[in-house]
Structures are given as C-alpha cells and as structure tokens.
Design a protein around this ligand. Structure first.
Ligand code: SF4
Length: 331
C-alpha cells in the first residue's frame, strides 16, 4: 500500500518525503484546489523546488485541482492543469468532468486520479470515469464501511485509494453546502470550508466566542482550548441542550484496520491535512510509514503500537480518533 501525504508548503513537503511518504499531494495558490487558505500552497519557483525535492528522492508528486470551476473561471483550471503537466508531475487529482476532459485531451500521457471531491462510491461510477477519462486511480469518500469499500474494490477496474488518517467531513465530499450557507463560499467551488477571511474570535467576559461570518459557532470557557470555527463541528443549542449537534471534533485513524485494508485490496492510503503544520505532516507520516511497513511485513501479527496511537491522538482534532464510517457492523 502506497502512503500518500499532504503538503501545504515546501517545509511540509520535505517533512513528508523525509519521513517516508511514497507520494506527496500539493495544490496551487488559488481556488483550483480544495485547501485554498491564505499562506498555503505553491507557485512557480516553490513548485519547481518541491517537485525536484520529491522526485530526486524517488517519490511521486500529485497535484490536486479538485474544485469545481464556475462558468466564467474555467481558464484558471486549464492553466493549473497545464502548469502541473509542464512541470512533469506524476498525476493530477481531478473532480470536475470538464477539467478531466480537458486534461485527457490536452495531456493524454498524464496520469489522472479521480478526487474524493467527485464523490464516487460505486464500481459502476468508477468504470464510467475510467472509460471516459482514462482515470488511473480513484480516491473514495470517507462515507463507506470497510465492507462497502471491499465491494467497490472487487468491481473496480482501477486501483483504489482511501483515507487513512485526518479530519473528517460528515457530508459526502464535494456536496457540503454548510460553509457556503454561512459565508457564500464553498469548499467545492472556492476551495475553503470556513474561509479565514470570515472567521472571528471574540473575547467576552466569560470566555471566547468563535463566529463564521457572524454566525456563532462555539463558545469556549476561560482556559478551554478553542478550535477553528467549522460549521459542522460547532456546539449549538438544541432545545435545552448545547452540544456538538452535527459532529464532534475527531480525526479518522485506521491504524487498527490496516491489515483488513490490505486484505481487501486497498492500493494507497491517504493522509488528510494540507492545511496542517510541517510538524503534523512529519509526525503522521512517520507513524503511518512504520505501521504500513510492519503490516506489509507480517499482517497476521500486526498490532498498532500504543506509542503510535498516542502520537496520532496528539495531532487529532479534539485529541480523539475514530474509525468513522469504516466501522459500521450493520453494513
Ligand atoms: S462544513 Fe464540515 S462537512 Fe461541510 S465541508 Fe466543511 S468540514 Fe466538511
């Protein structure tokens, strides 16, 4: 199983490569990718350096161009495809059919992966993209149980990549409107859920309020660790109770099911987090590398080490982890 790690900047890319990533995925500094945050991503010079650093060490570079262009903006998505292809990247991660079609026609030799943002959850859907756009790999959304993933892999004509660690979206990727509802900007078209320009931190006499475009997302008591205001992870008042009404902050962690993922034929494990720090990338990559190596060497005796679990919990949202949708015994 290939280990695919995130890089929001050059130090993160080096951290991923140095700690054992097989592949690194990056984006450009604009709305063509789903981590369009200020201070993140790559432009000409740093992009070249990043590719050289990874490829000189035998690692692959994938470029995510995985948002959905608006009618007047298609040129930016074409430019992103051309820029990535001209620099000799190993694959593009795409979602929109128009962008897939353009990349396929203009750069027929280039590997195309179907992004999680395309939300394809069936072997039939994968076959459609494979036949029409010659995609070479698909990244599944984080909404399927392990049994469902196995079913998809059994019928898929191409290798399947799944998420192994990182923040979770409660919605099927590519289809969440919560951020757009509050700010007018959606992760699917603008590239950022809860864009920083709309985030406010308010000190109050009894703690801190976090707001997204004026919408109160959470209130933290004095001394309580405050999280980034994301609508699906806010604490809301419902009746007489105030709680995480949609989802508790937590991160996906698949260390305990790596042998199962291997057994059902998963080809690549992806780590989420291009918006996270180089220290996060280094930590998660090192743990996942050690775990995957041990799992591949001897799947029967593999056990996640306590130290690995602790190290991943330390960098998880809310300091807790879950198997998410993978663990649904009734599916
Ligand atoms: S609001 Fe939550 S579910 Fe929707 S895109 Fe943002 S993180 Fe994902």
């Amino acid at each position: 199983m290939e280990l695919v790690c995130p890089a929001g900047n050059l130090p993160s890319l080096k951290a991923a490569v140095d700690n054992g990533a097989d592949s690194v995925y990056v984006g450009f500094k604009d709305d063509t990718n789903a981590r369009h945050f200020a201070g993140l991503n790559f432009t000409g010079r740093t992009f070249e350096k990043a590719i050289r650093y990874a490829q000189d060490r035998g690692r692959k570079v994938f470029v995510a161009i995985n948002t959905y262009p608006q009618p007047a903006g298609f040129g930016r998505w074409k430019k992103a495809v051309d820029q990535a292809a001209e620099h000799g990247v190993d694959a593009l991660i795409l979602a929109d059919m128009g962008v897939l079609d353009y990349a396929r026609e203009r750069w027929p030799e280039l590997n195309l992966h179907l992004s999680v943002q395309a939300s394809v959850t069936t072997a039939e859907g994968i076959s459609f993209y494979h036949e029409n756009f010659a995609i070479k790999r698909v990244v599944l959304p984080r909404v399927l149980s392990v049994n469902q993933v196995a079913h998809v892999i059994a019928g898929s004509p191409i290798p399947v990549e799944v998420f192994g660690f990182g923040s979770l979206c409660v919605m099927v990727e590519g289809r969440c409107l919560l951020s757009s509802y509050a700010t007018g900007k959606s992760p699917n078209t603008y590239g950022a859920c809860s864009p920083g320009s709309h985030v406010r931190w308010e000190e109050t006499p009894d703690g801190t309020n976090t707001r997204l475009n004026g919408v109160l997302i959470d209130h933290y008591a004095e001394g309580e660790k405050a999280g980034y205001p994301t609508l699906c992870k806010g604490r809301f008042q419902v009746g007489d109770h105030t709680f995480y009404a949609l989802e508790e902050p937590t991160s996906l962690n698949t260390l305990s099911i790596l042998p199962k993922l291997r057994e059902i034929g998963v080809s690549a494990i992806k780590v989420e987090g291009r918006q996270r720090s180089p220290a996060y990338v280094a930590q998660v990559t090192a743990v996942m590398r050690a775990a995957i190596d041990q799992c591949l060497q001897n799947p029967a005796s593999y056990q996640p080490k306590e130290r690995w679990m602790r190290e991943l919990s330390d960098v998880s949202e809310g300091s807790q982890t879950t198997l998410g949708a993978y663990h649904r015994p009734w599916q």
